[in-house]
Design a binder for this molecule. Structure first.
Ligand code: GRF
Length: 213
């Protein structure tokens, strides 16, 4: 069975979805950059080893990443799962885990990389928004896409209502991406395209807005 380490910084709702999904993986540890992260308690309640590497205790990004990598490597994971991990990682750290680190991002990448995605989506007036599970590469929020889920943007949406519609989809696609990894079904082509043999899209397309005539 493949081993994963989950990195968090806060609330941990994606972590909870991963735990609830009863995936065919061993969750070797949950590591938080923030000792007060609610997700640490969630993990401990489920009997998962949970610890913090407090980013405030380090004078540079490199020093923090070295300490974090040492803790991760202690658990010898096959996959590192970023689940609301709010630190920007150094290139050296990312290159340590090629095709072995994934992230969940709250937008349809490559649209809206970075922070504050829901407010920015509303400001741009897009009618469809969503989330992306992707492999992590040194370029922030640009690695090979594994799976995406789209949701409509509704006329009365606020950043909060839109975020909660997207988050519900994150909780579906992220465990799915980890399951595919566990089953050895993800392959990354040289051009960066990810294929999942046997997986197909749900049709028809999502149209937004739409009106029944
Ligand atoms: C999620 O929206 C995720 O896409 C982003 O950070 C948020 C983390 O939420 N990377 P949670 O801690 O999993 O509840």
């Amino acid at each position: 069975m493949k081993k994963i380490v989950v990195l968090i910084s806060g609330r941990g709702s994606n972590l909870r979805a991963i735990l609830d999904a009863a995936l065919p993986v061993e969750i070797a540890a949950v590591i938080s950059s923030n000792p007060a992260a609610a997700g640490l308690e969630t993990a401990r309640r489920r009997g998962v080893v949970a610890e913090a590497v407090d980013h405030r205790g380090f004078s540079s990004r490199e020093a923090f990443d070295d300490a974090l990598a040492a803790r991760i490597d202690h658990f010898t994971p096959d996959l590192i799962v970023l689940a609301g991990f709010l630190r920007i990682l150094t290139d050296g750290f990312v290159q340590r885990y090629p095709a072995r680190m994934i992230n969940i991002h709250p937008s349809l990448l490559p649209a809206f990389p970075g922070l504050d995605t829901h407010r920015r989506a509303l400001a741009e007036g897009v009618k469809i928004h969503g989330c992306t599970a992707h492999f992590v590469t040194p370029r922030l929020d640009h690695g090979p896409v594994i799976v995406q889920a789209a949701v409509p943007v509704l006329p009365d949406d606020t950043p909060e209502t839109l975020a909660s519609r997207v988050l519900a989809q994150e909780h579906i696609i992220y465990p799915q991406a980890i399951r595919w990894f566990a089953e050895d079904r993800l392959s990354i082509a040289p051009d960066g395209g990810v294929t999942v043999p046997g997986a197909t899209a749900v049709l028809p397309a999502l149209l937004s807005p739409w009106e029944i005539q």
